[in-house]
Design a binder for this molecule. Sequence first.
Ligand code: NAP
Length: 430
Amino acid sequence: MGTQPIKVALLGAGVVGSEVARLLVEQAEDLAARVGAPLELVGVGVRDAGTDRGIPVDATLFSTDLAGLIEATKPDIVVEVMGGIEPARALILQSFESGASVVTANKALLAQHGAELHEASAKHAVDLYYEASVAGAIPLLRPLRESLVGDRVQRVLGIVNGTTNYILTRMDESGATFSDALAEAKALGYAEADPTADIEGQDAAAKAAIIATLAFHSRVVLSDVYCEGITSVTAADVVAAKTTGHVIKLLAIAERASDGSGINVRVHPAMVPRTHPLAGVRDAYNAVFVESEAAGQLMFYGRGAGGAPTASAILGDIVAVARNRLSGGHGPRESTYEQLPALPVGQSSTRYYISLDLADQPGVLALVAAEFATHGVSIETLRQDGHGEDATLLIVTHSARESDLAATVDTLRGLDSVREVTAVMRVVGE
Ligand SMILES: NC(=O)c1ccc[n+]([C@@H]2O[C@H](COP(=O)([O-])OP(=O)(O)OC[C@H]3O[C@@H](n4cnc5c(N)ncnc54)[C@H](OP(=O)(O)O)[C@@H]3O)[C@@H](O)[C@H]2O)c1
């Protein structure tokens, strides 16, 4: 074993960082044996150095001057677990400048400034690893970046946000409304005091951008990702999903367009058939379903958040980066050679579930069916339930373009005999 320690600086000691520090100290002997040299924690950057974090780290290692900490300790590896865009971005760039490799869990930063960070790491011949940024403990990015790099990924479907999966599970299993399920998630610590980024889908969208970049060798940023959250999913939608053999999930989807013109990257709630492996992913668990040409279907499942699970992914990255440094090399560079454009959501295709309240009169069904045909949307199943003078029509379409379906629904809303379009939901995972 090398005697020169690999110096590690930690930026952030909150939920994730304190677990990283604990594991670095408590598992020091094993980690040293696996790396081939000891890992030495040389400093911990925080906002408040006086907070007792209950971790076995010498108080003198804490500092509130994070730039100064990097300059003074000259770490080999900087672990960024502070979150946010600035000063995290500037500190990571400073770390590269100083010759350090970086491990980060910061999905928001990567989804917005990934290109700049990758270019800087390449320029300084150091590593940028970020396994923990998507789906917490679940090994997903390294499989995409390394294990599946010889294959051609066609589609990735992910449940990558534990908060929304918990809420949707409660709505499905106990019939709770969205607001009751959200309150429960907050009480149990599955949702933050301000859950906006989770329930509006932005957290999942950042992860979708990272997944799509790796899966399709194309630079995808947060603003490329179409995003709809779960705030408008109603208890009635959940019942409708149940009665048709589906469950509603918030999905992060990245897929090649069938004509090869680009990729569709989007986050939205969707009805998933109960027979699909993603349908059984309950509570705050995450899972990512990958379809690739040669490997076929793969599923990665586990804990997508939490201090210890996320720290597990970070420690994996620290060991990988430390090994790279010892061997005098670096890990694989970002690969964006395909440069497939992210297509507008209107060009994506999927099946749809639509429910309508309409007047139960002769000819109305034919009128509705004609509107679907006019817009080139083919109906797969149709069920009409009459109640008095009105009827409810439940329609599932074959795969249709989003823009065609939207035009159909717009026209239906304008028909006198259609009282209300009560639900429009994508159906994914056939
Ligand atoms: N929590 C999870 O389950 C999870 C899962 C996957 C990925 N992540 C990612 O991991 C990162 C950290 O998340 P977390 O939940 O551990 O956050 P957190 O509990 O809020 O911890 C953030 C830490 O960074 C420090 N910090 C933040 N801004 C700072 C600044 N401007 N200057 C100095 N110190 C600063 C804080 O110092 P003080 O303690 O002194 O305030 C705190 O120790 C985020 O990028 C998050 O997206 C988290």
